[in-house]
Design a binder for this molecule. Structure first.
Ligand code: DGT
Ligand code: CA
Ligand code: CA
Ligand code: ZN
Length: 583
């Protein structure tokens, strides 16, 4: 039973509770517990054994008991009870934009249907339109939403979301009447997947209409989902929803904060405000009336998010840390956290060439790195067992070394300060050994060790496999540890906290694979990584020259995971990097 397993069960309870119309706060407690457990620095099983579940913040007696039941029986009574009342198929309905838990429950009860396909039919036949409070318009919208969901899925990867958000942001920012503008929501927090895109604008109410007109007319818009006085929602070509909210300039700091989230962060902020005799909501910070209610006549003037934080005895919390994962303690004591940025990255680590499954030659990859101002490149093609990906035989390895030596000599004689390192992305075989004999491994500058096969190994066995690979002296970096492909393939079962401890102990880095499909190491283990002193390398795993630019996404995740430059090995100069990999 991994922390992830428990978190998933608790989220299932949360989803079902919403559909069952249970008390919202009771439901949210399960969501919060799930999120806490995902971010634990140790294993939930240990807390169970030592009976310390309730010491974990956000886990009360009742949820602790649910977790114990889950450990013992594989399920929870609260979940079984909900499952009896709420059919499983309905959970998926929560992903249909514009359809909330109340209407889901209503449609289900009146029409006795549970599957999305049935819902679509019921919308087409007119059955949904006849229900009180719904109507033809709602039914048509549900159909469209289902069609988009079928085509594009409920969430997008970070890169896909940025590709939509960037043009909208640039467009809206320059419209007449727009005083301030920012992307909010999960995208501002650099989450690895994005539901919808949120944009906040500060403008005088008189200007709102013309701003919305321009927004819904944007060339990327395929459908207007809603239009009001303060909010418009559109759907874009690639199925993403974009929400634009226009607020009065004086409301902007609080609105930006509220719509940046996360929901969990907001809950704690509101609590902090209450404890200080104030109320915080999306409109601003206010004094409380004598009845302890928000007194809208007594706004506490704030010009920026930073000032709101200050009024609540905190330093500014950067958006990527607003997840209720330790930021309140940290930014109470500290003005800021040192975080890695794109300009700190000096070398491109983990790249493939035509020698294995890359699209470009080593020379072309090197030139692309030089063009982008990097000082070094480590070629890490696949090793021999990865035959499906053109893994290198021993003879090919030797030939590749010669090519790299020649290129390095050429750079030197051309007075180009650039260096290619000889590396390999060695498969970690089933038993944890690397993919070449020691005398070959010795010839590389260093080895990146990754699992590419038997991804569904049981946890214990997988941990032994990784431990052996990490303790191998030739391994300096572990590649994409969980092997997840976002929105496509689940992660392998791993005790990530333990893995981080072992890697830190061996002074081996765990990469942040910057491919937007992976973003693995997961940022949720950032606190553990920091505590253990784990090193990372922000690696594009580039299979083409364009792939090098994925470093951007890796840096976003590294910041979210609280890495400072000193713990990111490819911030080192070529000389220091060499010293480290050979050390
Ligand atoms: P997403 O779109 O699923 O990737 O995630 P977000 O975080 O962008 O969520 P979204 O778009 O539903 O709402 C934007 C922000 O608005 C969210 O991060 C926090 C705030 N917010 C929305 N609903 C609630 C709520 O029920 N309670 C609180 N406290 N905040 C909320
Ligand atoms: Ca959003
Ligand atoms: Ca939204
Ligand atoms: Zn790989």
């Amino acid at each position: 039973m991994t922390n992830q397993d428990v978190a998933e069960k608790l989220r299932e309870v949360y989803n079902l509770m919403q559909l069952a119309g249970e008390n919202r706060f009771r439901a949210i407690a399960f969501d919060r517990a799930a999120q806490t457990i995902e971010g634990l620095n140790d294993e939930i099983t240990k807390h169970l054994e030592e009976d310390t579940l309730t010491d974990i913040k956000g886990i009360g007696k009742s949820i602790a008991e649910d977790i114990r039941q889950f450990a013992e029986t594989g399920t929870m009574p609260v979940l079984e009870d909900l499952k009896e009342r709420v059919p499983k198929g309905l959970i998926e309905w929560l992903n249909i934009s514009g359809l909330g838990p109340k209407n889901i429950s209503k449609i289900h009860k009146k029409l006795g249907i549970t599957e999305i396909t049935e819902l679509k039919e019921a919308c087409q036949s007119g059955a949904v339109a006849e229900l009180p409070g719904l109507g033809q318009k709602s039914a048509d919208k549900i159909i469209k939403s289902i069609e988009y969901l079928e085509k594009f899925g409920e969430r997008a990867r970070l890169d896909q979301a940025l590709d939509i958000a960037d043009p909208f942001f640039k467009f809206v920012k320059n419209l007449d009447g727009v005083q301030k503008c920012e992307i909010a929501g999960s995208l501002r927090r650099s989450r690895e997947t994005i539901g919808d895109i949120d944009i906040i604008v500060a403008a005088n109410p008189d200007d709102a209409e013309s701003i919305f007109d321009a927004f819904v007319d944007h060339e990327l818009v395929v459908e207007v989902l809603g239009r009001g006085d303060t909010k418009s929602s559109v759907r874009t070509e690639n199925g993403r929803q974009v929400d634009l909210r226009i607020v009065k300039p004086e409301e902007y700091p609080a609105a930006l904060m509220y719509f940046t989230g996360s929901k969990e962060h907001n809950i704690v902020m509101r609590q902090r405000a209450r404890e200080r005799g104030m109320a915080l909501n999306e409109y601003g910070l206010f004094k409380l009336s004598e009845e302890k209610e928000t007194d809208f006549d007594k706004p506490v003037k704030t010009e920026s998010e930073a000032e709101i934080y200050k009024k609540l005895d905190l330093h500014f919390v950067p958006p990527e840390h607003r997840e209720d994962r330790g930021e309140f303690d940290f930014y109470y004591d500290h003005e800021e956290m040192e975080l890695v940025s794109e300009s700190d990255i000096k070398g491109v680590v983990h790249a493939h060439s035509t020698w294995s499954d890359g699209k470009y030659s080593i020379k072309e990859m090197a030139e692309a790195c030089i063009e982008r101002g990097y000082e070094y490149l480590t070629m890490s093609d696949h090793s021999k067992t990865a035959a499906y990906a053109g893994g290198l035989t021993i003879d090919q390895v030797k030939e590749q070394w010669e090519e790299i030596d020649n290129l390095n000599e050429q750079f030197a004689s051309d007075k180009i300060k650039f260096r290619i390192f000889k590396s390999i992305e060695s498969d970690i075989l089933g038993d944890g050994s690397l993919d070449y004999p020691d005398e070959i491994l010795e010839g590389f500058d260093f080895v990146i060790a990754s699992v590419h096969s038997s991804l569904n190994m049981p946890l214990e066995q997988m941990m032994e496999r990784f431990e052996k690979a990490i303790r191998n002296p030739y391994t300096r970096i572990v590649g994409h540890p969980t092997n997840r492909l976002l929105l496509k393939r689940k992660e392998s079962k791993l005790d990530m906290n333990r893995l981080i401890e072992i890697a830190a102990e061996e002074n081996t880095a765990i990469e942040i694979n910057a491919s937007p499909w992976r973003l693995d190491l997961d940022w949720r283990f950032g606190n553990k990584a920091k505590e253990a002193g784990l090193l990372t390398s922000i690696n594009p795993d580039a299979h083409s020259t364009d792939g090098i630019d994925d470093i951007r996404y890796g840096v976003m995740i590294a910041r979210k995971a609280k890495f400072e430059p000193a713990r990111v090995i490819n911030t080192k100069s070529a000389e220091q990097f060499e010293e480290w990999v050979k050390g």
